[in-house]
Ligand binder design. Structure first.
Ligand SMILES: [Zn+2]
Length: 133
């Protein structure tokens, strides 16, 4: 934790170096308050300011964690399940069509029945999927 550097070159290199501990906004090193949330950026020494900074860092991390934990799994799971149902429905429909064409060649009633059931079940899954979305 150095104090203000003496020469100007060092100041230029440290532009945009001071991240706000409250909101993460990158501020110029010369700023005393955050441009975004007006929180004081002055690094005072002492236990009180140390605890305040620790509190801000913890709060910031917790908010990041909440954002990550809150949104993504909730959005991803129904999407994957939808893809799974779609593949299942397409597979059953495809198997039904294949069985149907095979059944027509052999003119077997039981095979036609299986093909119709496969087609109905696959179509039912696909219809439910489209209706939900
Ligand atoms: Zn801020």
């Amino acid at each position: 934790m150095m104090d203000q550097p003496e020469n100007e070159d060092a100041v230029d290199q440290n532009l945009d170096d001071r991240l706000c501990l409250n909101c993460g906004f990158p501020n110029r090193n010369s700023d005393t308050h955050c441009m975004f949330c007006r929180t004081s950026l002055v690094e005072a020494t002492g236990l009180v300011s140390w605890m305040r900074q620790a509190y801000y860092v913890l709060k910031w991390r917790w908010q990041l964690k909440q954002k990550r934990a809150g949104k993504k799994p909730a959005e991803r799971m129904p999407f994957l399940r939808g893809v799974g149902y779609f593949l299942l429905g397409a597979l059953l429909s495809g198997a039904g069509l294949y069985a149907f064409s095979a059944a027509l060649d052999t003119s077997s009633f039981s095979k036609v029945l299986i093909a119709v059931l496969l087609l109905l079940y696959g179509g039912f899954i696909l219809k439910n999927l489209i209706a939900k979305n």
